[in-house]
Design a protein around this ligand. Structure first.
Ligand code: HEM
Length: 264
């Protein structure tokens, strides 16, 4: 019995020491995270209570299977992981998956749910989106474009906020010039926060119940809160019909740490 436990720990340690289970080449990883036409799935899960009734050995074996699965999909998918437990009542942890085909994200999640670990997962929220070329920013003045260049530098474990958004029909009825002017105002109101808030926009119309998934990383939550207040004051915000529900708040955490905390 003790021998089996030692072997299981050795197996997990081996997998954990094997480095991060991310997409194959770092160049492809960067492209998946920056190219348009990439599908993102946000999948948040809760651990069922029965998980904590398993023996330590059984939990270690179950977790090692997940690591193997991520390795298996690593040439097609960038997998990022977030700890939500303790900050969000919606879920314990979340995957953000990026792939060129949404069915790759689906295959990964189907396989995950088929693992021993997966049996103890309760899906809390799935959000689907796709990245697109900028609809407005390309027409901004050179000055505004220059001010927007570069992304904030955040620490290794920033806070992460995911906010889905739906706009009203009046927004979509506006012509491009009118929308352009309103988004420019949105951008100017937000500009001061670019050094501390990293952002990414996904389009969800038709894929989900929302029009957009907005994703942010920051070490400065009080600045993020001020940013939200500033954006609530611009005219574009009057076209926001639904914001959040759910808002997901967590911390970017290596999968090893999250799974280890679930294996403890
Ligand atoms: C550093 C802060 C931010 C900056 C600099 C910023 C800037 C921008 C820019 C330039 C666009 C236009 C993208 C395009 O050309 O397609 C945009 C779109 C958008 N932003 Fe922000 N933003 C910030 C924060 C936020 C926040 C906090 C939210 C809400 C939670 C938000 C929600 C949106 C949405 C929903 C769109 C898409 C609008 C549409 O296409 O109708 N942004 N933002």
């Amino acid at each position: 019995m003790i021998l089996r436990w030692v072997c299981a720990v050795a197996l997990l340690t081996g997998l954990l020491m094997g480095g991060t289970a991310q997409a194959a080449g770092s160049a492809e990883r960067e492209k998946l995270l920056s190219d348009p036409g990439v599908y993102a799935t946000f999948a948040a899960f809760q651990m069922k209570h029965e998980w904590w009734n398993l023996t330590g050995e059984a939990r270690v074996i179950a977790v090692s299977e997940v690591k193997g699965l991520i390795e298996q999909f690593s040439s097609k998918i960038v997998v990022e992981t977030y700890l939500l437990r303790g900050l969000s009542d919606h879920a314990d942890f979340m995957f953000r998956l990026h792939a060129r085909s949404l069915s790759d994200n689906q295959q990964f999640l189907v396989s995950l749910l088929g693992t021993r670990f997966g049996r103890y997962l309760e899906a809390a929220t799935y959000l689907q989106g796709v990245t697109k070329p900028a609809a407005y920013a390309s027409e901004f003045s050179d000055e505004l474009k220059a001010a927007l260049k570069g992304q904030a530098e955040v620490g290794a474990r920033p806070y992460v906020i995911v906010i889905p958004i739906r706009k009203d029909a009046d927004w979509w009825a506006l012509d491009q010039t009118a929308r352009q002017a309103l988004i420019q105002e949105h951008t100017q109101a937000a500009l001061a926060y670019t050094p501390v808030v990293k952002r990414k926009l996904y389009h969800s119309t038709g894929l989900d119940d929302f029009d957009f998934i907005t994703y942010f990383e920051t070490d400065r939550l009080e600045e993020f809160q001020r940013l939200m207040r500033a954006l609530e004051q611009v005219k574009e915000y009057r076209h926001v019909r639904r914001i959040g529900h759910p808002t997901l708040l967590g911390t970017l955490s290596p999968l090893d740490d999250i799974l280890e905390s679930f294996a403890r």
